[in-house]
Write a protein that binds this ligand. Structure first.
Ligand code: CUA
Length: 346
């Protein structure tokens, strides 16, 4: 088979595969939830089409030349190939084409990047604080301020995420948003997008940040403006009152605190030998067996109380996430009262 015919076949394969890539909406596999999705999906497809071309040129001709110039049965034992040195025209071509491609790609990416790090004044601002191994989303525009742990609510529309890290580098990633930004200690970063699709998503830490990295994800909710306003009001009311502190229910009052603050390290990883998974078992019924971790009637000496208090010692010298206090006064009161009430399941 001639080189021309092989080239023609490779071009046809490239056209067919590229047409398939271009015609397949990425949104079918991964819904698009921000305005950046379209341009980022376009760049992705642009790179895919170019990568397929590179793959076919390299692997296609490699295979072709391997077959065409293989050793034949009637070749002499000491046969050697022809000695070829350089081809200036070919080298110029294979340098210029990638340069043009990279310049175009840089221009396209630069435009999207500028949109991602832009900070328009009218956008809704969320302070996202990353620490080993949890996400905190604060809403500074709300009075009283709303703080969320391992959950993040935002309205449909323009949103700016201001990212901070308390210990090591983390990364804010929501696949459906198509954007990702690092949270770096001592170096605030920012990310802007316009959410276009209400729903629940997963906010994932995309930077290996320690043994609990795989547990570092949060529920992220994009809500219509009306639903979001209602949610904000609810949160503000919940934060203003001290809340009910008698007849505390494990499932309603305590478990959400465990899930938000303790689960990633002390249920999934058993950090510092503190295994809270047995208290998760409370959901199945029964009371906590009193012990050093939970001491009903004497909560001030129980380990759980000590380690969750803002001024409490870190158990066994282990380090809780920096930048405490880890729990709000309301949450601490709930835990204290729940322990003193006998840590019952109800
Ligand atoms: Cu935080 Cu990985």
């Amino acid at each position: 088979m001639s080189l021309a015919r092989v080239s023609a076949i490779l071009v046809v394969i490239w056209i067919v595969v590229s047409a398939w890539i271009i015609a397949t909406p990425i949104g079918n596999v991964l819904p698009a939830a921000t305005d950046h999705a379209q341009s980022i999906d376009f760049i992705f497809k642009f790179m895919m089409v170019a990568s397929v071309a590179v793959f076919l040129i390299v692997e296609g001709f490699l295979l072709y030349f391997c077959l065409k110039y293989r050793r034949r049965k009637d070749d002499p034992e000491d046969a050697i190939g022809s000695d070829i040195h350089g081809n200036t025209r070919l080298e110029i071509v294979w340098s210029i084409i990638p340069v043009i491609f990279l310049v175009v790609l840089t221009a396209m990416s630069g435009k999207v990047y500028a949109e991602i790090v832009a900070t328009p004044k009218h956008a809704y601002v969320i302070d996202a604080l990353a620490s080993q191994f949890q996400w905190e989303c604060d809403h500074p525009s709300s009075k009283p301020e709303i703080k969320e742990f391992n959950e993040c609510h935002m309205p449909l529309g323009e949103v700016t995420i201001k990212l901070h890290a308390r210990d090591v580098i983390h990364s804010f990633w929501v696949p459906e948003f198509r954007v990702k930004q690092d949270a770096v200690p001592g170096y605030p970063t920012v990310m802007h997008f316009k959410t276009t699709r209400a729903g629940q998503y997963r906010l994932i830490c995309a930077e290996f940040c320690g043994v609990g990295h795989s547990e570092m994800y949060a529920k992220l909710f994009v809500m219509t403006q009306k639903d979001f306003d209602n949610w904000v009001k609810q949160q503000q009311t919940a934060n203003s009152g001290s809340g009910n502190l008698t007849n505390l229910s494990f499932s309603k009052d305590i478990e959400p605190i465990f899930t938000a603050h303790c689960a990633a390290c002390h249920i999934a990883q058993h950090f510092a030998n503190l295994d809270l998974s047995s208290y998760q078992g409370l959901r199945k019924g029964g009371n906590v067996v009193p012990g050093p971790i939970i001491k009903p009637g004497d909560h001030k000496t129980s380990t759980l109380w000590l380690i969750t208090s803002p001024a409490g010692p870190h158990p066994g010298g282990a380090r809780m996430p920096l930048g405490g206090p880890y729990l709000s006064t309301a949450e601490l009161s709930k835990i204290a009262n729940w322990i003193d009430e006998g840590a019952k399941n109800n």
